[in-house]
Design a protein around this ligand. Sequence first.
Ligand code: PGA
Length: 252
Amino acid sequence: MPKVVAGNWKMHYGPAETANYFARFRPDANPESVSLIFFVAGLSLHAAKTSARVPVELGVQSIHWEPSGALTGETSAEMAAEAGASFALVGHSERRHVFGETDAEVGRKVAAAVRAGLVPVVCVGELLEERRAGRLAEVLRRQVSAFLPSLQGGGRFMVAYEPVWAIGTGETATPQDASDAHGIVREALGELGRAPILYGGSVKSGNATALMSAPDVDGVLVGGASLDPEVFTKIAMAGDSAGGSTGGGSAG
Ligand code: PGA
């Protein structure tokens, strides 16, 4: 199975900057070794689709669970799919901690993504105080159990393990930390535990290879370092090597 290298641009890059980015993003990667996904602003989906020069898949960073309605400012999964998205991030730490998204809402959004034919990439991860209090497994199991019922009808999905203390801080989990947490998530997923599990949190070109070679790590979700096309090209190529090699992480 190819490694997954996903970029989360957050609230960066409108259509013109998106086109400019893709003019400079040209990794010489084998799609059988690495699969590239960009979570762009919804308003930049069209620009991404028309300007990418290498095979990439596109996703949105948030969806609402209703297909339509009087919900000013929201985007439905169906609209995202029609506009060119194949993936949707759900439950990103900034959605949970800045916008107050709950576990129950994450579950509804996962169901909406599946309904619309989008692949949800569901983010889980513990706060620093939870890790220090020895509550890592408990938190991950709680977060997984909240969205698992939404997947029982089938449908492709991925999980991104993103420890909150590692997001945008320069602090990265060690490959061992990532493997351990991914093992917990896989177990909590039960019979759906073969889904790809990505690591996110201060992934850079210098640590991407070690993380993607760790057991149980199927790819990376990259924030800040995905904003520079040259840096993200290096991370894509790290995925290409890790996915093309026979050793390293389990594909599940
Ligand atoms: P970061 O963000 O790579 O900038 O830490 C990761 C994320 O928020 O998905």
